[in-house]
Ligand binder design. Sequence first.
Ligand code: IMP
Ligand code: MG
Length: 192
Amino acid sequence: MNEGVHTSGEALPLSISDPKLSLAFTAGQIQARVAELGAAIGRDFAGQQLLLCGVLKGAAIFLADLIRAIPLDCTYDFVAAESYGRATESSGSVRLTRTLQEGSIAGQNVLLVEDILDSGATLAHVRDRLLQQRPARLAIAALLDKPSRRRVPVSADYIGFTIPDRFAVGYGMDFAERYRQLPAIHFLPETI
Ligand code: IMP
Ligand code: MG
């Protein structure tokens, strides 16, 4: 078994337990941080209802853990965003391929949940689309933040971890659709 990569006790197929990945945050570190974020969100929205809106596909696993760490009356939905560009870089041109039903968030507290805040193009686009639907309040949670890459001004209210300019995979995040299932977060080799 490849220690620190998988926690189930079962070895993953060789192609997934890739020794070239470097461990960034263990599953335990992620769970501890998600618990802290959930508690903070619970305090900030105390006594209120909250709709978590995840950005597919990367945020699905983060959202699933985060919602269970928030001690409030919550529900969730997803939007899907697509951006065009190289495999490890978003081009800045973003479109939504799944949206929320018109009018479904008007007057509600919404927490936009994203896996990683990189150039900011995706979150800024999704945020602006959701704001058009007039939520009572819109906050943003991003598991990872790469502030050195920001091109579009957007900041998250809740950040799991701030990371350098490295490409992260695991815990929902992919490289060409691989590695999403890894319970920890890893960096790809810098040469990619
Ligand atoms: P942005 O629009 O440049 O902020 O990029 C946001 C999206 O690009 C994220 O939602 C991810 O899907 C993807 N992305 C950016 N950086 C990474 C990374 O390090 N690992 C995996 N996906 C990433
Ligand atoms: Mg994403």
